[in-house]
Design a protein around this ligand. Structure first.
Ligand code: ARG
Length: 564
């Protein structure tokens, strides 16, 4: 589509006084194919020329030069609609996909630019909640989307590995700790200790004081405190990494909150030197009342730093270290205020780059029904979710395709894919109710549905002994074929929009549409049974669909098994 878009811009820019880039941005995709492939809205011009937009549209159509890229250009109300030359579109699209393979859809827009993506960031010794799963899959998808746009991406896991909870944990471990239990299931066990600490501290408030004292020791570098903290961190991280492995997620950095420990004084000094800090009720704060925000806390009464202090420090460090053009924080919507405060303080400090920091919020997720094991209490643990999904997928595969080789592996790809898709296919900001029956349904709007379309194509291609062969894509003229081609051609546009709006759901929607378009094509048009010329054109078409499904699922962080 890019080549056609450029042609539209070229044709129009001779006639209207608009910047080419602006023109390209203004182009819309009409809601249905009967209205063409691109629509140019004339409202801006109408304002400029003080003319009726429909009159401008009609005028433009009459004066636009001919181009063999388009078979029709027509005015429709205030829009000029462009219809791509079908043969040219089919030819270039299929050829591009089959020659570019995995790279199809990739762009160069972000070349030379760095984007930092802060995502996942579970807290050590606090429950690795399903909220962290959301952040992990959304962040991972944004990472891949921006990479596809050509950006240099830096994925940072800002681990919650510092804070008063470590004081509590040290106290709890010293009092009730059991080395063997810690080794065996660090995350669960540390959480148990954490919960126990809270219930005992209710009865005995001295425990809280002790915990504060231990955290202070930790901040001051006390060897015993450090050693315990290090152990908790290492053990937890090993477990987290197992989960990331299951999900296929990687990070460029695990510099969590503790990493900034040595730099915090410097950050606080800097804020004070800029005259932004003041004392309120014994605590050091940045007053944000002018911005209508509650104050940002830098230091508690006892001198201990806070989550916000560490985020301020981290942002400044990352700007210096990575020189990013953009930094995304993929964190639940419940932290919106925190990020507003942090970004505002950065602005007040005079950092222009503060406006390139974006909080990418998301809603809550709830796992419906009793299929989840409750043996670990009311809390849903991420690993249990993934294990459960894999088990359910295995049952389904057992039923549908008992002879499948690699059942275990495929079940994992399908089960975990279903969990990821069940998350990403929803509007990011909405709360989701996660329903096992729905996400694993092979006929619903699910990962298995898309994966199944892909596996089906692989099976057809395996049977087509003569493929790959020379083909003529201009033979793809019927409505189903053209519908598929048109969708495939849109891939890079969709990537661009999904990245720009931080919405992986657009890619999820897109792969569903591609799978559905393939299914209705396959329902109408024989492939292997068609006569040779048409068979080869259709094989080329479905091979292209296969590639785009693989690439699209990859952007979501989902694998595409060849058989299932
Ligand atoms: N650990 C935090 C939490 O679980 C999320 C951290 C997000 N990243 C950040 N830079 N604040 O709530």
């Amino acid at each position: 589509m890019q080549m056609f878009r450029e042609e539209v811009v070229r044709l129009l820019s001779d006639l209207v006084q608009l910047d080419k880039q602006e023109l390209a941005m203004d182009l819309e995709t009409p809601p249905s194919s009967e209205m063409g492939d691109f629509a140019f809205p004339c409202f801006k011009l109408a304002k400029k020329r003080r003319q009726n937009p429909a009159a401008i549209a009609a005028d433009l159509v009459n004066t636009l030069p001919c181009s063999n890229y388009f078979e029709k250009i027509e005015a429709k109300g205030p829009y000029v609609n462009f219809f791509c030359n079908r043969e040219l579109l089919a030819n270039t699209t299929i050829k591009n996909i089959l020659t570019q393979g995995k790279a199809y859809g990739q762009q160069t827009l972000g070349k030379g630019k760095t984007i930092v993506i802060d995502f996942s960031a579970p807290n050590i010794a606090k429950p690795f909640g399903v909220g962290h799963l959301r952040s992990t899959v959304i962040g991972n998808s944004l990472y891949r989307l921006y990479q596809a746009l050509g950006y240099n991406c830096v994925g940072i896991n800002h681990l919650g590995d510092w804070g008063t909870q470590f004081g509590k944990l040290i106290v709890a471990y010293m009092q009730w700790g059991d080395e063997r239990k810690l080794e065996k299931q660090p995350i669960t066990y540390l959480y148990e200790l954490y919960v126990r600490f809270h219930s005992e501290a209710e009865k005995d408030p001295r425990l809280d004081e002790e915990a504060r004292a231990w955290f202070k020791k930790l901040e001051d570098g006390d060897a015993e405190a450090r050693a315990l903290w290090q152990r908790f961190r290492d053990l937890s991280l090993t477990e987290f990494k197992r989960i990331y492995n299951l999900l296929g997620v990687e990070f460029d950095s695990y510099q969590g909150e503790s990493f900034y420990n040595e730099m915090l004084d410097g950050t606080v000094d800097l804020i004070e030197a800029k005259g932004l800090a003041s004392i309120s009720e014994g605590a050091l704060i940045v007053d944000l009342s002018e911005e209508n925000l509650p104050p940002c806390l830098l230091r508690k009464q006892d001198g201990a730093t806070l989550y916000a202090t560490r985020d301020l420090c981290a942002a400044i460090y990352r700007q210096q270290h990575y020189n990013f053009t953009k930094m995304l924080y993929v964190v639940g919507a419940d932290q919106a205020l925190h990020f507003q405060q942090v970004f505002t303080v950065l602005q007040k400090m005079g950092y222009e780059w503060a406006e390139n920091c974006v909080h990418v919020p998301f809603g809550l997720i709830r796992y419906k029904d009793g299929k989840m094991s409750t043996r670990r209490g009311t809390l849903v643990f991420l690993e249990d979710v993934l294990t459960k999904a894999t088990e359910l997928a295995k049952e389904i595969i057992q039923e549908k395709n008992p002879g499948l080789a690699n059942k275990e592996h495929v079940a994992r790809q399908v089960g975990i894919g279903a969990v990821i898709f069940g998350d990403l296919s929803n509007d990011r900001i909405k709360n989701i109710e996660f329903d096992w029956d729905k996400v694993l349904d092979f006929t619903g709007e699910t990962a298995p549905y898309v994966q199944y379309a892909h596996a089906r194509i692989c099976s057809i291609l395996r049977k087509a002994e003569s493929w790959p062969a020379p083909y003529d894509a201009t033979l793809l003229t019927n409505a189903e074929e053209q519908n598929v081609v048109r969708l495939l051609a849109r891939f890079s546009d969709v990537i661009f929009r999904a990245a720009q709006t931080y919405k992986p759901s657009l890619i999820a929607r897109y792969v569903l549409d591609v799978a559905a378009a393939f299914n209705s094509f396959y329902h109408q048009c024989p492939v292997l049974q068609a006569e040779e010329a048409s068979r080869n054109a259709r094989l080329a078409l479905i091979d292209a669909v296969r590639q785009v499904l693989v690439n699209g699922l990859y952007l979501l962080g989902i694998s595409a098994p060849e058989e299932m």
